[in-house]
Design a protein around this ligand. Sequence first.
Ligand SMILES: [Zn+2]
Length: 254
Amino acid sequence: MRELIEVADGVLVATSAIMSTTSTLLVGDGETLLIDPCWLPSELDGLADVIDDRGLTVVGGFATHAHYDHLLWHERFGAAPRWASRPTAALARDERAELLEGLGADFPRPLADLMGRVRGVDAVIPASSVPRGSAPELVIHDGHAPGHTAVWLPDQRVLIAGDMLSDVELPLPFAPDDLEAYVAALDLLAGYASRAAVGIPGHGTPGGDAQRRLDADRRYLDDVAAGRVPDDPRRANPGMEEEYERLKQMIAAR
Ligand SMILES: [Zn+2]
């Protein structure tokens, strides 16, 4: 069984032992939409236990972007349709071989087969795939990954940010040069972050400080772009100094 934290009315978050990756369940009226369920096989199984234990029916899935740790599923979640933005769905299909490689050869075959089986949507997740009474909005941009999507829950004022606005990870524009798209994504998310009661990052801790995290991301990118050494405590986290070096090189190559 996995520990779920209710961060807002009907919004439950489980956190993986790997990279603090979050799984979010939007729950209402006995139904649930699973957003980025992850990661280890035992953790996916634990999520299925919690869902069974609470008597929930999985009516849909949603993947925020086409990285393998955000495209997972478990057969015990059932056959409800799984959705993503159109660019995410296209990448999940076209880059399937690389995504499977990322999961690793040891990842159980049946779960690997289920990875990335998402269909593309434009602006909204079909009503039959969200719990009755909820109306999540999709905020699609190209920061971190093409077609990356945040999910905004207007009733609870919750921003499920995907791999943006993290308290543990630095901004990670994708290679070769996605910096403009990343900054544009922050501009787009600003209108939500300023209103958010809770922000849920794809990696990290849900918090009431989405606006502050967004400001920190802007400051970090501005500093690196201007050749200043960023005074950002996230640089001390695993793998982040390498990401800082990568971003410097990306900017130098422009
Ligand atoms: Zn990612």
